[in-house]
Write a protein that binds this ligand. Structure first.
Ligand SMILES: [Zn+2]
Length: 246
């Protein structure tokens, strides 16, 4: 099976669609400030729009998105984990619930919102569902003035990994206290094919949440919905072949 990485076109490439969003999420886990194990202040980028933390007693603490000491992060992460489905990657900076904000202009079938995730236009969503793309979970963003046709965000599961050999030179073990990995990734990384899910058509990599991957089937259906300002690049499953010297 082939998989494709979703990305935005180069900034110099003219866009087909004028749609833009200014959005954020209301809830999230704090990042970690000055980890006593590794000294780092850090935060990840994963978002789970379909996980609703609004019923938790500590929801106010989850609205404060500044880094917190490790103990406070762990306390909140433990609480949030009780309502997360199995397989949810809970880490510092993980955000929950729908996007809130504004949307302007006209949107294509798919829109990639850097840092946030993947938006799908209502008619394209119906096609995804009719074509039985697997585990498509739409979440309605809370827009001040909702666009027409409506936009939905897809809830993306965290599954699959880059190949271990992509980490240069040898990855140090993660911090024993906060789990942070101090890694450098190969400039042309490839995925660990055996780790990719066979039951999902679109997902994020669990070790690199900036990677949104889609199956060949997803790409075929999405392209059948019309032109989007999203680039699909097939991901390699083996290291790049070195050009012969001389
Ligand atoms: Zn640490």
């Amino acid at each position: 099976m082939r998989y494709y990485k979703l990305s935005e076109p180069h900034y110099l490439v003219p866009r087909t669609w004028t749609g833009t969003c200014r959005v954020q999420r209301r809830w999230g886990l704090p990042g970690i400030a000055d980890c006593p194990g590794c000294g780092a202040t850090w935060s990840g980028f994963t978002s789970y729009p379909a996980i609703d933390v609004s019923g938790l007693s500590e929801r106010r603490a989850l609205e404060v998105l500044r880094p917190e000491p490790l103990a406070e992060y762990k306390r909140l992460a433990e609480l949030v984990s009780t309502i997360c489905p199995p397989g949810t990657l809970v880490q510092p900076g993980t955000m929950f619930g729908p996007l809130h904000g504004t949307a302007r202009g006209r949107f294509g079938p798919l829109t990639l919102e850097f840092l946030w995730g993947l938006l799908v236009r209502e008619d394209a969503l119906r096609t995804f569902q009719a074509e039985r793309l697997r585990d498509i979970v739409p979440v309605s963003p809370v827009f001040k003035k909702p666009p027409t046709p409506a936009l939905f965000e897809l809830h993306l599961h965290s599954r699959g990994r880059l190949h271990p050999d992509c980490y240069l030179p040898d990855p140090a073990p993660p911090c024993a206290l906060c789990g942070r990995e101090d890694v450098r990734v190969h400039p042309a990384p490839w995925v660990d094919a055996a780790s990719l899910p066979t039951d999902l058509d679109v997902f994020r990599l669990e070790d690199n949440s900036m990677y949104i991957l889609a199956s060949e089937r997803f790409v075929e259906v999405a392209q059948g919905c019309g032109v989007s300002d999203v680039v699909f690049t097939e991901v390699a499953t083996a290291p790049p072949v070195k050009a012969p010297r001389g």
